[in-house]
Design a protein around this ligand. Structure first.
Ligand code: 26W
Length: 820
């Protein structure tokens, strides 16, 4: 029996009590949603005891703290995950059964907290899980968006965005903590006041508007170790009229302005993934949560330490991409203006406390704020950044005398813009990429000049995922099978999966493994029938691409290949063809027109193919509506083939690729991001690799010489497929509907190159790799071996390993255990 605080009878009693207290109902009268609330409250009760224990232990041990600062935390549902980590899932399942409820149905009542877009936000959530499980003192710091990532509806094949009002029934796992509120100041101007006592100029912000930041804490439960860490998300509240200081009393206009400022800051998560839009409100969001978080961190530090010079020994601020880069300037502001330090002292502390992770090399994702916007909203912060920039340029000039080119490329402020990545690099002690290839590209290409100047700051931390959510919770059949074969040590030490390798050729193990895959496919098929009304055959190959929709991820290449296969089957009905179900799931940013059109194309192809009786159901295409963390768990478990087909060099790492691998899906992919390391672990013979290398892509980009038209002219298969975009085949005779997609592949506009993502260059290699997939799948034992080996070789990709590397090489945290 695992060590947990659950006594079945007590738990049942507590659920009854909660239903009574919350709803004045008996269990029998309560709705499933009400039961969810009551169960969650009972679970929270247990969590809070451990939460208190953890705080006590941290106070006693005084370990170093990492603050993981992120605009996004894509947590997914908490109930099931908390039960898993409390080792109480099965007991609670039984207890609920005895009360007449199905835990799965109760779990489905929880809204998916979707305070993130995709990879970056989900990575943050996996990291919090690993930090708590490994026993490290960590705080996630973020924003309590009232509306998370939109819900996706598909209407007539088009994406429609629906607001995600996740807080409407109240969220049981959050705790409002108004007593820790912080004031955040915007606008106004900076007054310089000479202080004769110190001989220093003091900088005072005046005429500003304030917002109150109210923290809400969510528990992050470690696995089976009683540790409960905290995700602190900040909500904005107006400073009420009564709290205006004397000077402002009766300033009605200011009261209204402050009220409005507070009203919209936390309204909604920006739905752009990998695309910078330069919106003022986003800048406000960034400063809002950073100022509140850094203030709180400094206050906490000072409670138990007397000398702020020790900050780097006790605290790291990890910046999740450039979005929280304001940290550098805000920390400087506090040390200079509030603590009275000299610039040199403050800079020494700041540059040994901040560290930056880069998650993308996509140029359009780089944050560059216009000076006017920045300086007006944050006058003091801007002033500090100007001084950082002035000194940084001096440093560049010292190192490269007379080299204006270097200044132009590296300055923090240039061309009327504040470049956040440059600030993050200059202001911190570590810069890391998220997969080996990505880090190499940063060093050799994107951040070459910075690497040359600060080689020691650069390091790699290949991403990882938590096996607790993506195997133990998401795929209970496989989790049990693994435990039956190698014990349950893998739950906290995923490298133990390698013990499964001895079963790779074992007939019985292969059969059991594939039988579990089959049952998971049946589960997904049922979901697809219920949600899409499409019948799919669980015996067909489940070929899955689920991730945000972006041109560089090349969902378009996937669907063009489906069109090509359909043409083949139609032309050669007698052809030997193993039935395949192509499954897509993807949200497109609301303003990303071409991405949304790609969704329409996928659905249009699905309509034609799925309804063509003549192909005997050999080919099915499914677009899963509203792809999100909760259905992702089920999708990974059911996949045979994992599509990881980004243009080489563009996908920094990918993390879905790892979730598929863990669940025994075989990768078809390019040598991009972490795919490189996946292939290294599992062996080339257990993956299907194709396409241009990152060097080839970068070479084309730097020197030109790519001509997509050549493929159109010389390859009739490609030509046929492309013509079908503009001859009405998938648009009821409408020649214009998909013209933009056609043009994007072939028509060079004056400014940009056609087929920016080399789809036509890679198309045939992709089709050929897909052919190899089909041949391999026909060999039942051969495929089972490949699938099993993918699971067995996925140990490296746990976020526990990633976090341990961050701890050893960047954070240097102390391990904490709860005293028994
Ligand atoms: C400013 C708009 C914006 C919003 C989000 C720009 C950039 C982002 C993110 C950095 C995009 C993102 O999620 N990147 C993904 O990060 C994952 C975790 O490291 C990687 O696995 C993915 O390859 C990368 O695309």
């Amino acid at each position: 029996m695992l060590d947990n605080n659950f006594k079945k009878e007590e738990f049942k009693k507590s659920v009854r009590e909660n239903v009574k207290m919350l709803y004045r109902k008996t269990i029998e009268e309560a709705s499933q949603e009400q039961i969810f609330q009551a169960v969650s409250l009972a679970v929270k009760d247990v969590i809070i005891d451990n939460w208190l224990l953890t705080q006590k232990q941290y106070e006693k041990d005084d370990p170093k703290i990492v603050y993981y600062l992120s605009m996004e935390f894509l947590m997914g549902r908490a109930l099931g995950n908390n039960l898993i980590n409390l080792c109480a899932y099965n007991e609670v399942k039984e207890a609920l059964e005895e009360l007449g409820f199905d835990l799965n149905v109760i779990e489905d009542q929880e809204p998916d907290p979707a305070l993130g877009n995709g990879g970056l936000g989900r990575l943050a959530a996996c990291f919090l899980d690993s930090l708590a499980t490994l026993g490290y003192c960590a705080y996630g710091c973020g924003i309590r968006y009232h509306y998370g990532l939109f819900k996706q509806k598909i209407e007539n094949g088009f994406q429609v965005e629906v607001p995600d009002n996740w807080l409407k029934d109240g969220y049981p796992f959050e705790l409002r903590r108004p007593e820790y509120a912080k004031e955040v100041k915007f606008g106004g101007y900076v007054k310089v006041v000479y202080d004769p006592a110190t001989g220093r100029n003091n900088f005072v912000q005046e005429g500003y508007q304030s917002v109150l930041a109210i923290p809400y804490d969510m528990p992050i439960v470690g696995y089976n170790n009683k540790i409960v860490n905290t995700l602190r998300i900040w909500d904005a509240q107006a400073i009420s009229e009564f709290q205006l200081d004397l000077f402002d009393k009766g300033d009605y206009r200011k009261a209204v302005e402050q009220e409005n400022l507070a009203k919209n800051i936390c309204d909604v998560l920006y739905p752009n993934d990998n695309h910078y839009a330069g919106k003022e409100l986003r800048l406000k969001q960034q400063y809002f949560f950073i100022s509140a978080s850094i203030q709180a961190a400094i206050e906490k530090f000072k409670k138990s330490h007397s000398d702020l010079h020790d900050l780097p020994k006790k605290v790291t601020f990890q910046l999740n991409d450039t979005h929280p880069t304001m940290t550098v300037a805000e920390l400087m502001r506090i040390l200079l203006d509030e603590e009275g330090m000299t610039w040199e002292e403050a800079w020494e502390i700041t540059t040994h406390t901040c560290a930056y992770t880069n998650h993308t090399i996509m140029a359009e994702a780089l944050e560059k704020w216009p000076i006017e916007l920045f300086s007006k909203l944050l006058p003091r912060i801007y002033q500090i950044i100007e001084e950082i920039n002035r000194r940084f340029i001096q440093e560049i000039n010292n190192k490269y005398p007379g080299n204006q080119e270097k200044v132009r490329k590296m300055a923090i402020i240039y061309d009327g813009q504040v470049k956040m990545a440059h600030l993050a690099i200059a202001g911190g002690y570590s810069v890391n990429g998220v997969a080996r290839l990505h880090t190499e590209i940063l060093k050799k290409q994107e951040l070459k000049d910075f690497y040359e100047m600060y080689p020691d700051k650069f390091n790699n931390k290949t991403n990882g995922i938590t096996q607790r959510r993506f195997l133990l919770h998401g795929n209970p059949l496989l989790a049990d099978w693994v435990t039956d074969h190698i014990g349950d040590g893998w739950v906290t030490d995923l490298s133990q999966l390698s013990k499964l390798k001895v079963y790779a050729d074992d007939k019985r193990a292969q059969q059991e493994f594939m039988n579990i895959k089959y049952q998971n496919k049946v589960r997904l098929a049922k979901y697809i029938l219920e949600h899409n009304g499409i019948e799919v055959d669980p015996r067909s190959i489940f070929d899955v691409q689920v991730k945000r929709l972006h041109e560089y991820k090349r969902q378009l290449m996937n669907i063009l290949h489906v069109m090509y296969l359909y043409n083949q089957i139609k032309e050669h009905p007698e052809m030997d063809f193993y039935p395949r179900t192509f499954i897509f799931g993807a949200k497109a940013a609301a303003g990303y027109v071409r991405a949304k059109l790609t969704i329409k194309l996928i659905n249009a192809v699905a309509d034609v193919v799925n309804n063509d009786k003549s192909i005997n159901g050999k080919l099915k295409v499914v677009f899963i509506e509203n792809y999100r963390v909760s259905n992702a768990e089920m999708i990974f478990a059911a996949a045979d083939v994992s599509e990881q087909i980004s243009t080489a060099s563009k996908e920094a790492s990918g993390t879905g690729n790892m979730k598929f691998m863990l669940n025994g899906a075989v990768t078809i992919g390019t040598m991009d991001g972490a795919n490189v390391e996946i292939v290294e672990e599992v062996g080339e013979e257990n993956a299907f690799i194709f396409g241009l290398s990152s060097d080839e892509v970068i070479n084309y980009e730097n020197h030109g010489g790519y001509d997509p038209m050549q493929y159109f002219n010389n390859d009739p298969d490609i030509r046929n497929v492309l013509m079908q975009l503009i001859n009405g085949t998938y648009s009821n005779g409408d020649f214009e509907l998909f013209r933009d997609i056609y043009d994007s592949l072939l028509n060079t506009k004056s400014s940009d190159r056609a087929d920016t993502y080399f789809i036509l260059a890679d198309f045939k290699a992709y089709a050929e790799a897909q052919k190899r997939v089909e041949e391999a799948y026909k060999d039942e034992a051969g495929w089972a071996k490949k699938a099993l080996l993918n699971t067995a070789c996925s140990g490296k990709f746990t976020s526990d390993r990633t976090i341990q590397q961050y701890v050893d090489e960047i954070w240097h945290l102390d391990k904490v255990t709860i005293d028994k």
